[in-house]
Ligand binder design. Sequence first.
Ligand code: HEC
Length: 287
Amino acid sequence: MPRATLVLGISFGLSILMVTAWASARGRPSESPQSTESASLDPAHKQATGQLSSLETQRRKRALAALCAAVKTNAGYCQEWLSSEDFESVLKTTAGISLLTDLLKAESDDDQWQLAVEKLRQETDELVKTARKANKAQSNLHLEKIQQHADTLAKISPAFNVTPKYASRNDIRRVMNLLNGTYADAKRALLFSEVEIAQREAFVLWKVGKYLESQRAQGAREEAWAALATAFSSASLHAAEMPSPGEEKLQLALKAAHTQCENCHNREQPAGSPGLSQPNRLTFPVR
Ligand code: HEC
């Protein structure tokens, strides 16, 4: 080996050693679900300085694709409900599409993006009107448009120039219906060995979890709420981002996320909630 190369090689090796030592002194992100997310290190700050890490960008791209796909999946369910003229279910599922639209809107400030999201929103609002009037033909037309708008959105690569922020709304039922459906979609995908689709649904769970985190709970319970929501969203993100997990591992990860659904229900159930079995403790996000 020529001498210059040797010297270069040694100094290169040394600098790698130094960087590694520095990185581990600062604490490397480990594999646990909690720290996966903190690996993105204050995205707000990075965005302000224009340096979103590639991990964070990749994560947001995948989440975006997942949200667009979820709009289409849910529009597909609406078409099924429509064919049996079950307008009540159409409206319930449309509320989920409208929440997905809120999540998409918050992802970027780009004009082109905002415009495309707005079109999706308008179509969804129209669908609510026609479904309320039990107008099957018109509702079907809106559903086709919704799917087209979701396709359009999926093709745009917006700049991730904002940290998603969500308005506080008293819409817990809408959120839970979407979570319930999305979790069922993930489980079904696994049943058919569609690991990729199951992980895509886990990305949607993560985003909805972030939305839950952002919602305000009442008074002293605020902290408990945020912690419960964060535990859920972190577990979902962990499932979403496991590298080529295989069915069994992913199933366990999804189960771990579901345990966090239950944890929250066990502690946060309002009086008279149907279907949940734990003591009635009133708390849910309020304006
Ligand atoms: C951070 C807290 C929290 C998490 C996490 C959470 N939930 Fe909920 N969930 C609630 C609360 C609060 C209610 C009660 C809402 C009400 O009755 O007003 C609820 C109610 C529900 C309901 C009943 C909805 C209805 O119309 O009565 C279902 C179904 C549900 N959740 C499913 C899920 C699933 C599935 C997950 C996880 C994939 C999940 N939830 C995660 C807080 C949470």
